[in-house]
Design a protein around this ligand. Sequence first.
Ligand SMILES: *Cc1c(COP(=O)(O)O)cnc(C)c1O
Length: 469
Amino acid sequence: MDWDSFARWGNRIVDMARDYRTSLRDKPVRAQTAPGAVYNALPATPPDAPEPMEQILEDFQRDVMPGLTHWQHPRFFAYFPANAAPPSVLAEMLVSALAPQCMLWQTSPAATEMETRMMDWLRQAIGLPDGWHGTIQDSASSATLAAVLTMRERTLNWTGNSAGLPGQAPLRVYSSAEVHSSIDRAIRIAGLGQDNLVRIAIKGAWRGMDPDALDAAITADKAAGLQPAGVILCVGATSVGATDPVADCIAVARKHDLYVHVDAAWAGAAMICPEFRHFWTGVDGADSVVFNPHKWLGANFDCAAHFLRDPEPLVKTLAIQPAFLKTHGVSGIVDYSEWSVPLGRRFRALKLWFLIRAYGLDGLREVIRNHVTWAEELHNAMEADRDFEIITRPMWSLFSFRYAPDGAEDRDALNLRLIEAVNADGRVYLTQTNFEGQFVIRFQAGSFETTREDVMMTLDVVREVAGRL
Ligand SMILES: *Cc1c(COP(=O)(O)O)cnc(C)c1O
């Protein structure tokens, strides 16, 4: 393809993107395709001869589009959001065309220096102290893995990387039962063994970890000759938004000299609004914090903001520094590939620069505040409806409920049927979770295109579909 054709097709694709984003309300949110439909529509063998772009785009519209679940749909209320706001999309288009490899400072100084600056903007935006540093990871899972590896090496006095773990007393990491599966993964991959992820009992309205139980578990492990290594706290867990009492848990961890990592993958974005920061009071005592601008803040996937009170232990854990990669002699140079598991790095900071400037923090705060307000309103309307039972109250824009009309017998089965029918209807998309052994339905508002009407329509749709069951 020559570059004049590139520009022509590029313009077509930008128009397609606009048409797609502005017509989402007319489409069912969840893909309605049968398994195998897309696979079978694609030719079994690759073409030997070049094919015209016109044909490729036509096939895309016909065979691929129907198989997409519309994450940018204004009535996407499932899981957590994965926004891609227009300025961020534009930055990503630019990045994919410039295509720099940003593993070292010298392989693209602008990418490294913008990353340093953007992470400092975000640090200020969410109210972390001056002096903290940050880097952009591909996902919260990677940041958490890096944190667990740091816990391991710090506990083993940086001998684990060379000697491995044989002969070591088990290393123990503590979290509540509400944390994301990425924590289990990190423990497995770091070689600690999942049995050494200790689940601490939950206490209180936010369903957070009980600090006294944390203290008791660490003390018992020490007495048993095990090696406590770190604590992973959660602010806004995936299921129903469970949030640990950050300050109290950190005080316990400090008493035992343990590394503390805070997973705020979803809710961290809300901390750009000062009124939500009471949910993580004391976070400045943690060692690392991760939140995903690629969820609620509007940056395209992937963009996980990983903050460190002191990057030294992380870099000491991950850097290998083969001589050919070394950037010598210049002070202030950072090679962010030493802060993460993968070597290669995309220019991810550019989308933050575009996004934060195009909206301003006030614009982004307004988006988040609206979602929280509207979710609260929907919650209130559901609570007033006798056929519904609120299971967990809103944590930011997330709450859970059950359909529980008088006389309904097997409520798990009824709600399973309801959610299937709602998602087949397609006007809204909801997902379920397990809460204390019950099947419950989650609602979260987080799409940049969502309006109050979109949110409030959920109750009408759910009521109507339930009436047909
Ligand atoms: C989404 C989420 C994760 C995983 O994020 P990735 O960036 O997909 O790895 C981890 N923890 C919580 C609380 C989340 O909501």
